[in-house]
Design a protein around this ligand. Structure first.
Ligand code: GDP
Length: 210
């Protein structure tokens, strides 16, 4: 099933001058390289290849905008953390997402975190950035199919002390489909009427502010 059957690639942008008009509603999705962000986008939208899971060198610094419905967009932020700690990478990345901060359309941020690794440096920076601009964050602990049920429960139980009120969180697997309904409800809730959503604007079941 495709959640947004008319979803299409809109634009790649290196600077805010190339961003599409700031109209309607948009949700950004971020995560460390290899966290499973592209797989999550494809699974949530029910489109196999909308976001590429194989990376094209040279495109990794770009922000990709997808139009899901008229005036409803998903913003695919560049993965971070490859050249771990490289100052130039961090600065370029921070500059790029800083340019998103003034957008009035930005409703929330999905943060993809590998469930086996937990929150790492770049994720922390992103949570702080989102808090600074007042954007709500929902964490997808990805690749949950690789965790045992008890490990998954422990991760969720431990996450309030990690997230400290900065985000809600859930388990997610693009491969098994675990948590897919909840993740879709979160996206639809944020995009609201602009996305033609059927889901009311409320916290999705099973996710708690942590
Ligand atoms: P990105 O760099 O964050 O966009 O990550 P990708 O979506 O390209 O995924 C990185 C790797 O993780 C790939 O080898 C995927 O097959 C794998 N992966 C992504 N999602 C899942 C998942 O739900 N379960 C498992 N087991 N592997 C996954």
């Amino acid at each position: 099933m495709s959640l947004y059957p008319a979803a299409r690639f809109l634009a790649s942008a290196a600077t805010s001058a190339q961003f599409p008009p700031d109209r309607g509603a948009e949700v950004a999705i971020a995560g460390r390289s290899n966290a499973g962000k592209s797989s999550a986008i494809n699974a949530i939208l029910g489109r196999r290849k909308l976001a590429r899971t194989s990376k094209t060198p040279g495109r990794t610094r770009l922000v990709n905008f997808f139009e899901l419905a008229p005036d409803a967009r998903l913003i695919d932020l560049p993965g971070y953390g490859y050249a771990s700690g490289a100052r130039s990478e961090r600065a370029a990345w921070a500059d790029l997402i800083g340019q998103l901060a003034p957008r009035r359309s930005l409703r929330g941020l999905l943060l993809v975190v590998d469930a086996r690794r937990g929150l790492l440096g770049g994720d922390e920076q992103l949570l702080e950035w989102a808090r600074a601009i007042g954007a709500p964050v929902h964490v997808l602990y990805s690749k949950a199919d690789l965790l045992g049920a008890a490990e998954g429960r422990r991760l969720l139980a431990d996450s309030p002390s990690q997230l400290r009120g900065r985000a809600t969180a859930q388990l997610f697997s693009a491969h098994s489909g675990a948590g897919l309904r909840e993740a879709r409800a979160q996206l639809e809730g944020w995009l609201g009427a602009a996305g033609g959503a059927q889901v009311a604007q409320k916290e999705s079941p099973g996710s708690t502010r942590q």
